[in-house]
Design a protein around this ligand. Sequence first.
Ligand SMILES: [Zn+2]
Ligand SMILES: [Zn+2]
Length: 280
Amino acid sequence: MSEAVNQSGASGVYNCRWRDLARLAAGWRGLLARSLLARPLWAGPLLAHAWPASCLVCGSDGGPSAQASGGLAGLCPACAPALPWNRHACRHCALPLPASAAGTVCGRCLRRPPPLDACHAAFVYRFPLDRLLPRAKFHDDLAAGRGLGEWMAAAFAPVLACGRPDALVPVPLHRERLRRRGYDQALELARPLAAGLGLPLDDGLLRRVRATGPQSRLDAAGRRRNLRAAFAVDAARACPRHVVLVDDVMTTGATLHAAARALRRAGVARVDAWVCARVP
Ligand SMILES: [Zn+2]
Ligand SMILES: [Zn+2]
């Protein structure tokens, strides 16, 4: 019976809102519960400035400071040097390359040029990113998201020498998935990234207009098909000239490419992508 009510008119909308509020409350309850029970998770964004933080990777005490960890907040001095920075990579898809080939274009991008002018990944997707990113994405760990966004800012600051973008645009979730999850992990990364670099954040320009199935079990061609017509640009908005898409993980790049094509169709002249971690 409640299903019938949910699917009809104003009552459905009303119930959806209550469901959203209940999920939001559950998310915050979970965050607060973990804040008391699980040490690496208790430094939520609202609490980080009030309480000393523990290391996001190993959970050790001692109030890790940015100064002690090479400018990276939320890391102890032992974990900071072990981060797998993606220092040498293809400039169009961020695929890790040997140091001698850094800044060149990989064979795949030469054969099939992607719709991105440039693509940068802060890290290679391996430990501890393979723990931190799922925590930020699926387990409401907003402290991990904030830390990762700040480390991305450190990684991408030198990229600004090649031109400051007009807007950072997080790759959006479809509204149904956003309702289920309660937050958008790309936006949670983009917020501290934009603040750290002093760049405008625009999370309203691009919309995900088609709910797509999970990409993880599809091959490259299947991922492209899955994302056809998935994104649209708000036609009422003035398009920035230079946009940087922000996302958490890049595997084949199908999601970023679909988003970039939508932005280009809308008139954006230059589209880059900055991702937290690249799957090699
Ligand atoms: Zn540590
Ligand atoms: Zn490439």
